[in-house]
Design a protein around this ligand. Structure first.
Ligand code: UD1
Ligand code: UDP
Length: 354
């Protein structure tokens, strides 16, 4: 049996690491990895393959940058060519990026079954490119691997068939558990003057935050009111926009280049708390028992805001400032996202069916 995995963006490498490890344990299965090239800097791509021992991509398409239509269209065409050549039994896609949609569309049009990991997430904000990618990918898929009950309910509400939906937990929980003890501090941490446990870890990269100068300024100004120093590994999109808009970042915010996953986990576990607009980092805060301030107006991971582990503050300087002075860590913990065996469940379901 041949399974073809399409990945292309940072969070997908991390999600695929756990599932690929499980695939490798199964007899009679070959995994072909297609990297679209959506993320291409060494610290946004290569580092994850190296440190997480993800098999090298069999096909690297080199398609990153450009508008949504251009990127998705070019990826669709290139993935179709690979599929015609490889003839896999199933195509595996992750999350909600343009690479996810391109992989799902290319496969479904060739009548190849599609499995979607992290299916059913909804922000109900159709202006987010990710929301459109998720909805279309779910509706093109044959296997819908939902991380939460909420995700299952969202898909049932859209009329997706119960037979396709499998509640398996979250593969990022698998990664958090598997790699936690392997984490280490970034080389620059010791000389940074920042104390372990006494910093805010922040990430900002969502298009709706970075591409709007008012929102980006409000977020950076709000973060600068923290009593602790703030460490911000900045995504290339954020880096470009801060320069383009001529924003002066307060020196309290220590800007660093994107870090590897093992360094990121160390920063998460050693932070006082986390502020982020990242989907993955919101959950990792919970996995590592940290309070999290979400720099967005809504979230797909509503279990965490409902039980008080995370709080939504949008791009409102005052709300951010209030939340970072008054965070409450009394509500943390239980097993909302499974037990670290989601990747294994996904393989059981796929290989037990196909
Ligand atoms: C993408 C996903 C988003 C996900 C994020 C993870 C879509 C629509 N968005 O957003 O859902 O949360 O990845 O990080 O798929 N760039 C570089 N070097 C890189 C990667 C990107 O310079 O290694 C530049 C690109 O050229 C582009 C910009 O950053 O100009 C944004 O990249 P893109 O992949 O379009 O979107 P992300 O914001 O990364
Ligand atoms: N991450 C990382 N280095 C960084 C920032 C994030 O390894 O400098 C990891 C983070 O731990 C999480 C994933 O990247 O596992 C989240 O990806 P991102 O925030 O880019 O995308 P999203 O989850 O919002 O789609």
């Amino acid at each position: 049996m041949k399974i073809l995995t399409v990945i292309g963006a940072r969070p997908q490498f991390i999600k695929a690491a756990s599932v690929s490890r499980q695939i490798d344990l199964r007899d009679g299965v070959t995994e072909i990895i297609v990297h679209t090239g959506q993320h291409y800097d060494a610290n946004m791509s290569d580092i994850f393959f190296e440190e997480l021992s993800i098999p090298r991509p069999d096909h690297y398409l080199g398609i990153g940058g450009g508008s949504h239509g251009a990127m998705t269209g070019r990826q669709l065409e290139a993935i179709e060519t690979v599929l015609l050549d490889e003839r896999p039994d199933i195509v595996l896609v992750y999350g909600d990026t343009n690479s996810t949609l391109a992989g799902a569309l290319a496969a479904v049009k060739l009548h190849i079954p599609v499995a979607h990991v992290e299916a059913g997430l909804r922000s109900f904000n159709r202006r987010m490119p990710e929301e459109i990618n998720r909805i279309l990918t779910d509706h093109a898929s044959d296997f819908l691997f939902a991380p939460t009950e909420t995700a299952v309910a969202n898909m049932r509400a859209e009329g997706l068939s119960a037979g396709k939906i499998h509640l398996v937990g979250d593969v990022m929980c698998d990664a958090a558990i598997f790699y936690k003890d392997k984490a280490y501090p970034p080389a620059w941490f010791r000389e940074s003057g920042v104390e372990q446990g006494a910093f805010v870890l922040a990430t900002v990269h969502r298009a709706e935050n970075t591409d709007d100068p008012r929102r980006l300024r409000a977020i950076l100004d709000g973060l600068a009111t923290a009593k602790h120093p703030v460490i911000l590994p900045w995504h290339p999109r954020t880096q470009a926009r801060v320069k383009q808009f001529g924003i002066d970042v307060d020196p309290k915010i220590k800007i660093v280049e994107p870090v590897g996953y093992l360094e990121m986990v160390w920063l998460e576990t050693n932070s006082a708390f986390i502020a982020t607009d990242s989907g993955g980092v919101q959950k990792e805060a919970y996995f590592h028992n940290k309070y999290c301030i979400i720099l967005r107006d809504e979230t797909e991971w509503i279990e965490l805001t409902k039980n008080g582990c995370n709080v939504l503050v949008g791009a409102d300087r005052k709300k951010i400032s209030y939340a970072i002075q008054n965070y409450d860590i009394s509500n943390l913990h239980n097993n909302i996202y499974g037990y670290g065996n989601s990747s294994s469940l996904i393989c059981d379901i796929i290989f037990g069916t196909i």
